[in-house]
Design a protein around this ligand. Structure first.
Ligand code: SME
Length: 160
């Protein structure tokens, strides 16, 4: 869902996802449980994804966390690839064409576009949330804003 042209459900579907995620995480605060659920939720609810999940900050690198999709690279130094840049800068990275992104790490050759959000709680970088799509320019600015809101809900309802 949540893709205007492709799925028939528009950006106005996001408020329902906000409520569904709140309900999904309401009774549990464990990080691994909630991160696993959140990955699965994104993967099943958002159209045209081939990977959705976490890389967790461990010192100066990211280590693979709960995810949905094909097996992926395990460790990514801060500053490398889209995920590493999101971690190093603490800025969301919305990449319409991964092949044009210098240093992109190709875990799955099917990936054409990506959205990576830094996850920061109480000033501490927890890791990044990585969404990959086989469709070029899958993520609009509106998608980014809505998925950032979903990530905020996850952080609020999870011990990390
Ligand atoms: N493509 C990412 C690496 C992680 S995988 O896509 C799951 C990147 O360049 O950061």
């Amino acid at each position: 869902m949540i893709d205007l042209q492709q799925s028939g459900r528009g950006l106005d579907g996001y408020p329902l996802l906000f409520a569904q995620l709140q309900a999904l995480l309401a009774d549990e605060r464990d990080f691994i449980a909630n991160a696993a659920q959140f990955s699965a939720f994104l993967f099943q609810e958002l159209a045209d994804l081939n990977w959705a999940g976490f890389y967790l900050a461990r010192g100066e690198e990211l280590v693979l966390g709960p995810f949905q999709g094909r097996v992926a690279c395990v460790r990514i130094p801060f500053g490398r690839g889209v995920c590493g840049v999101a971690a190093a800068t603490r800025q969301s990275q919305r990449v319409e064409d991964v092949h044009a992104f210098a240093g992109h790490i190709a875990c799955d050759s099917a990936t054409a576009s990506e959205l990576v959000l830094p996850l920061v709680k109480d000033g501490r970088l927890i890791g990044v949330l990585d969404l990959d799509s086989p469709r070029p320019a899958r993520f609009s600015l509106q998608d980014q804003a809505a998925i950032e809101r979903l990530a905020e809900i996850f952080l609020q309802l999870t011990d990390c």
